[in-house]
Each structure stands twice: as structure tokens, then as C-alpha cells.
Design a protein around this ligand. Sequence first.
Ligand SMILES: Nc1ncnc2c1ncn2[C@@H]1O[C@H](COP(=O)(O)OP(=O)(O)O)[C@@H](O)[C@H]1O
Ligand SMILES: [Mg+2]
Length: 433
Amino acid sequence: MRRPSFLARLAEAWRSLFGSARRTELRPEMSRARSPAAARRAPRPSASATEIFTPTRPRTARRKLVGRAPELARILDALRHDGAHVVLYSERGRGKTSLANLVATKLRAGGIVVVRHACEADSDYDTIFRALAADLPHTLVASAAGEEQWLPAGPLRPQDIADFANRLACPQLVCIIDEFDRVRDEGTRTRLADTIKLLSDTARPVQFMIVGVAATLEHIIGQHPSIQRNIVPVHLPLLSDAEITAMLVDGGREIGLTFGQQVILFVLGLARGMPYMAQLLGLRLSQSALNRGAGEVDATDLALCIDRMIDDAQSGIGLRYAEITSGARDRDMVLTLRAVATAPQDRFGCLQATRDGATATIDRQRVSVASVDRLLDGGILQPTADPTLLRIGDRPLMYHVLLLALRDSVATAAERARADRATDLQSLGAAAD
Ligand SMILES: Nc1ncnc2c1ncn2[C@@H]1O[C@H](COP(=O)(O)OP(=O)(O)O)[C@@H](O)[C@H]1O
Ligand SMILES: [Mg+2]
């Protein structure tokens, strides 16, 4: 039996939601007063929606992460016990900085000194190391000189850092360098690799955790075979559906809301494992429910949330979508984008795509190779080492495609539900006759 398509499944979910939530209709201006039944059902709030759902902020120790236990354990083992350096990488929004925050908290709780720096496009070896040194407590450097003289003047070299490590008055120092992908200067990558080699070879107690947006280890630190064995690479995967469900259910409990099962299904379908998107949907949906004075997030909130997110995207992504699809007239491109946006992905966001002549197949949907190639040219899809696997290179565009497709299917499902109701009424009328 053919598996129903992703959108068909969502539309079906919508239909049952809509059916079971007939009382809600799609009216945002619905009663603001919480019904006694809803109030009885709703848990007591202990925090606000913006405290719990944080799409624009990495998580800090105050707010729990869902999942990530295996990655946390691997990173802590590497830093605490193996004397290794860590490279944590993934696409944007998967939770690297949030995890780095948790790593820093755990290390500090165990008495390890941690310094941090987030790079910018014009950061280089010099600015990064001076910023890390400035983050060190004064008491930890055996030097009579002020902080600005801890490191020699002039361009820093790896040997300067090794010498500096000798003057540290702490048994272990971990330096977290975030957003390393932003650094444009290639020399910085080479010098950092040389520093890692020097520190590792001489067993000095300074370790790095390098964090950045990249699809492979080489993308972030460059090709440096000499340091491969000193590095533990951690490619951060997408969250599982169970983890995203936990994010919604636990978050909802803290703000006094429940997320119905069907709503959760929608969030899972839209977020596709991305914590950023799950947080954004969690926030928008709960704000909408709270505005209505409701204790449960339902179909009304979902419809409003989809509309709002499409509107929010209008300027940038909306234009890009219009350009790529020639204002949605290029049907093959519209279908290709839909196939890409809905195809099952592996834990690292890659999807199966095969080609045969002028036809490509993505998740059993046949599209033209020309459209796939255009997406590859534009970086919306990226090749991988495996010729049958493609990586999604533009998540915001994919979300837009999904939201548009969903709005269509929601409208269709709502119409169908209305038609069903009309039929119900007619048959009721007929029965009464
Ligand atoms: N494990 C997690 N549990 C809950 N929320 C998360 C988790 N990881 C990330 N987030 C949320 O996802 C968003 C992106 O996280 P962030 O750490 O900034 O990602 P990155 O550094 O990879 O771009 C933030 O809103 C953050 O609050
Ligand atoms: Mg980050």
C-alpha cells in the first residue's frame, strides 16, 4: 500500500483537528475569557511564554535543553578525561551555542576554568586569542604585568600561546571559540591548527572547543591531517520527534498550556527536527492560545500561526521564493521545492535523491533534473560525499515552502470539513423530513 504523502497526512491531521475542534472555528476574536472547563484542565503557569520558548536566544543553564545527553557526554569526556580538543558543528539553529553553554556550566561546576569568545567576520588569530585572554580571571595568570601585557605586542604566533599556557595558575583551561565559521581569514585556521598541535604535543593544559556552522569537519577547521587525532568531532544531529514533543509538552506545562496531540503532529511536521523552528512555533502557538484566554493550543492557533509566519517571511524569503518559482508559475520548480521540503531526512538533514536521465526522484516524487540542478547551483541544495544524498542548504526557504503548502492543504481541508458539515446538515434535514 502506498504511504500517504507528508502533506496528505498533515491535511488528515488537520481534518481531525478541525472536526474535533468544531467549537473553535477559525476565528481569532473568539472569547477571551477562559472557559471553566479549560481552566480546570490547564496546568498552573509558573513562567511566561517568552521565558520558556526562546527562538531568538540560545538556551542557558536556567532553561533546560531537550535531548543532547549523548553529545554532552562525548564532549565532556573528551575535554575532562581525554585531553582532546572538540569541534562542534552543524547547520545554523540546531543548538550548538545552547549545548556549548551547557558544556561551560558543567565544566565550571567541576572546577575547570572556561573562557569564551564568539567570532565575527573580521576576527583573526590575534583578536581571538586576545579576547580569550581578556576573559581570564587575573588571579590565574602568573604575571606581574597588567592584562594587556600578558601576551606580547604585535601579531601573535602559536608559540606565544604555548608560552602563555605555561604561566597559567590553573590545572586546566578550556577555551570555547564560537561562530568560528564566520572568520574569513584562512591564516587563522592554519595557525589555530598549529596551536592545537603544539599544545597537544607538549601536553599543556589548554584545550579548545571550536563551534561553528559547517556540514563537515574540514569546512570548519580546514584540512589539517596532523591534528585529526587530537580532535573529537561532534556533528550535532537534528532533534527527534520525541524530543520536540517533550519541548512542547514540558514548556506548555510551565506556562499553563496543553498542546493537543494533533497540534504536536503539525509542529513535528513543520519543524523537521530543528530546535529553532520548534521553539518559534511553540512561542507563536502559545502566545496565540494565551491571547484567546485558552488553556489548550488548538486549530485556531495553528491557522493564525501559519498565516503570521508566512506574512513575517514576506520581504526576504517570500521574494526569493517568487524569484525561484517565477511567481509560482514554474510548476516543476514548485513541485521540486515541495518534494525537497517534505522528503524524509536522516539525522543530519540529508535526503535521498536519485537521477535517471532528465528525471530526478526525491522521496518517490519525480521532478526534473534541471530544477534540482538549479537548486544545487543556488546553494538551496548541497551535494554530499554520497551521490544519492543531498543536503538542505536553505532551511528558511524550505519552511516557507512548507508553510505555503500547508496553508493550501489547510484551506482545502477546512473547505472539505465545511462541505462535510453541510452534508451532515442536509442528511439531518432529510432525516427530519
Ligand atoms: N536541545 C535544545 N532544547 C531546547 N531548545 C533548544 C535546544 N537546542 C537549541 N534550542 C533552541 O534552538 C534555537 C537555536 O539554538 P542555538 O543554540 O542558537 O543554535 P546554533 O548555535 O546551532 O545556531 C534557540 O532558540 C535555542 O533556544
Ligand atoms: Mg550559535
